[in-house]
Design a protein around this ligand. Structure first.
Ligand code: SF4
Ligand code: SF4
Length: 79
């Protein structure tokens, strides 16, 4: 189920969903540090930051929800 509040800017992977519009305001990229499984990578840090899920790593997720807690913009949703 997709519980994102702005579905137009949500990029969905198999069970991760990222509202990349929220990432544009981000300067701390907490998702990268929070996920000890190395699932996230933030691209375009010098212009319009955007978090992506490294697709072949998505299955490493143990749904601990550290990332959803650490992202202060609430950009990450995990089914
Ligand atoms: S997912 Fe959250 S912490 Fe990561 S870049 Fe986007 S807004 Fe920043
Ligand atoms: S729930 Fe845990 S393992 Fe999954 S992406 Fe978030 S921090 Fe990484």
């Amino acid at each position: 189920m997709n519980k994102a509040n702005n579905t137009e800017t949500v990029e969905s992977y198999r069970f991760h969903h990222i509202d990349t519009n929220k990432c544009r305001k981000c300067t701390s990229y907490d998702c990268e540090e929070a996920c000890f499984r190395g699932i996230y990578h933030v691209i375009n840090k010098d212009s319009e930051p955007k978090c992506i899920v490294i697709e072949d790593r998505e299955d490493r997720c143990i749904k601990c929800h550290i990332c959803t807690t650490q992202c202060k913009f609430g950009a990450i949703i995990i089914d």
